[in-house]
Design a protein around this ligand. Structure first.
Ligand code: GLN
Length: 553
């Protein structure tokens, strides 16, 4: 096996005891700390799913599908990495069981194994390692952080643990293994922290030939010195290797918390590297202060549909939207208060759209399919007529166009052909190019995916917000504003302030400021590019409009 290129270090992050302990945010926070010390970092996610990418997964089951610049549809944790590291990742940063097997099988079909038997072990782990090293090389980083999805003890990530073992074996000194574990609290008041499940998680790793170097101890409160010593003693871990990871109000406090327990000192010692500069996490401290001092609120209503599916975590389906709102609100020292409104309730009469008057701003986020659509259109109409700041994201922009066509341009049964293929006014439709793609493709790949350039018209809210006339934003959709209807819509007052460079695709629709304080929709997903340390310009302008409404009321 080719040994690691000199200079690259690898930090694997695995989870113990149970899922949802925040491995992704932990991996991202480690990266943010190292980056603050001047190291160049990238982060990768290994998902145990057989799905080749996340494009075929339902957001109500798996959470949001995050899209990268190159169009890769992946897990929401990739969003955490981009947000914490402030970098754009590529498809090389993501893999699943499915994508790795696919690669190995394709290689076998191409006779690249030169006639030898191809085995699950070591060929699958070797393919995993190959992609990790390629990712490190391509990004030319000091450190690659690799999160292994699932929990140690799951059958499905055994081959990935084997990859970690092989990498440690071949590149001792360059590889660090971090276990993010959970320390449950027992007793009245929950003050008895139990380390046994963590001990068992470490034993499981041991039986896979692995010893963790560091444990991030997730718990409701901070783990005390005695419990730390116990884990060190029982698991044979070095002093200083247990880092407290208590529950936090804001995930952006996590890098600061880890450093309280000297995480970077320990990592540097183990990997034999040093910091290149000392920023003292100043920007993260500033953000943390903004969060703490945000006493006044800004109330945002999110009108969507993935809200009625039993016990899944709602926030996961819209995580980038939620984070983008937070970034912009915190930057303006406001505490965002988000309310989820099921658009179907407007259709059944369970709720009246007039309830939206109590919000400082309304968002209709992305979505697919028919359900709850008329309720969303009602909400958009209310926001337009009553001058409630409105931001439409993808479907939210398409439905804003439908609403405007119906109620202002006089095209009564205007619709998107996603809902009514027989409408007499298909203001949102599939472009002929896309139809051709769909006819040719058996699987996925029927959407406009990833980053595309967009030109903004001078003097519009969009151009003002971005402060530039050429932008690039990420897409994930099939339908577009139908070019045949643009003259009519423009005549009725809708401004298409962002267009593809060839002028054919409408990327942003808005109403002039003289008509409405903020009524704007984007065909792309700006939320995918908002970061805590550099909030997105459109979200900033939307939140400012929402704050201004609050002041007026
Ligand atoms: N359903 C719409 C389309 O496919 C919008 C998709 C979205 O909101 N991401 O074009």
């Amino acid at each position: 096996m080719k040994s690691a290129r000199k200079g690259h270090k690898y930090i694997f992050v695995v989870g113990g005891v149970m899922s949802s302990v925040g491995k992704g945010v932990a991996a991202a926070s480690i990266g943010a700390i190292l980056q603050d010390k001047g190291l160049k970092v990238t982060a990768m996610k290994i998902d145990p799913y057989v799905n080749v990418d996340a494009g075929t997964m339902n957001p109500t089951e798996h959470g949001e599908v995050f899209v990268l610049n190159d169009g890769m549809e992946c897990d929401q944790d990739m969003g955490n990495y981009e947000r914490f590291l402030g970098v754009d990742l590529s498809r090389l940063n993501y893999m699943t069981t499915g994508s790795i097997y696919l690669k190995v099988i394709q290689k076998e079909r191409n006779l690249e194994y030169e006639g030898r038997c191809v085995h699950v072990v070591p060929d699958i782990p070797l393919a995993v390692i190959e992609q990790i090293k390629r990712c490190g090389d391509k990004n030319d980083v000091d450190v690659v952080i690799i999160e292994v999805g699932g929990t140690v003890g799951d059958y499905q990530n055994v081959l990935f643990l084997e990859a970690v073992r092989l990498m440690k074996f071949e590149n001792a000194g360059d590889v660090l293994l971090v276990l993010v574990s959970y320390i449950p609290a027992l007793g009245v008041g929950g003050n008895e922290l139990k380390t046994k499940p963590t001990q068992h998680a470490v034993r499981f790793l041991n039986s896979s030939g692995l010893q963790p170097d560091m444990v991030l101890a997730r718990s409701s409160g901070s783990i005390d010195a005695k419990r730390k010593e116990k884990i060190e003693y029982m698991c044979g871990l070095e002093k200083g290797s247990i880092i407290a990871a208590p529950d936090v109000q804001s995930i952006y406090d996590i890098p600061l918390n880890y450093e309280k327990d000297h995480l970077s000192d320990f990592i540097f010692k183990k990997l034999g590297v040093g910091s290149k500069k000392e920023n003292g996490l100043t920007e993260w401290k500033k953000l943390s202060d903004n969060v703490k001092h945000a006493s006044e609120t800004v109330k945002i209503g999110i009108v969507g549909k993935y809200f009625d599916t039993g016990n899944f975590v709602l926030s996961d389906a819209y995580i980038s939207v939620i984070e983008a709102i937070k970034h912009s609100a915190y930057a303006q020292k406001r505490k965002p208060v988000l309310t989820w409104i099921n658009s179907k309730d407007f259709e059944t009469g369970e709720k009246q759209v007039s309830m939206l008057k109590d919000f400082d701003g309304v968002i209709v986020p992305g979505g697919f399919g028919k359900s709850g659509i008329e309720g969303k259109i009602q909400a958009i109409e209310y926001a337009r007529v009553n001058k409630v700041p409105y931001l439409g994201l993808c479907y939210g922009m398409q439905l804003m166009t439908v609403e405007y066509a119906r109620h202002v341009a006089g095209l009564k049964d205007a619709n998107t052909t996603e809902i009514n293929s027989k409408t007499t006014h298909p203001v949102i439709d599939i472009m002929p190019e896309q139809k051709k793609h769909m006819a040719e493709s058996k699987y996925g790949a029927t959407m406009r995916l990833g980053a595309y350039p967009c030109l903004l018209s001078k003097g519009t809210i969009a151009a003002e917000a971005y402060g530039t006339e050429e932008i690039s934003e990420r897409h994930r959709h099939r339908y577009e504003v139908n070019p045949d209807y643009i003259p009519q819509l423009e005549k009725a007052g809708l401004v298409f302030s962002g267009k593809s460079p060839d002028g054919i695709l409408m990327e942003i629709a808005e109403l002039p400021e003289s008509v409405h304080p903020f009524f704007l929709g984007t065909q792309f997903h700006p939320e995918l590019k908002s970061r805590p340390l550099s909030p997105h310009p459109l979200f900033n302008t939307f939140i400012k409009a929402a704050i201004a409404r609050k002041k007026r009321q």
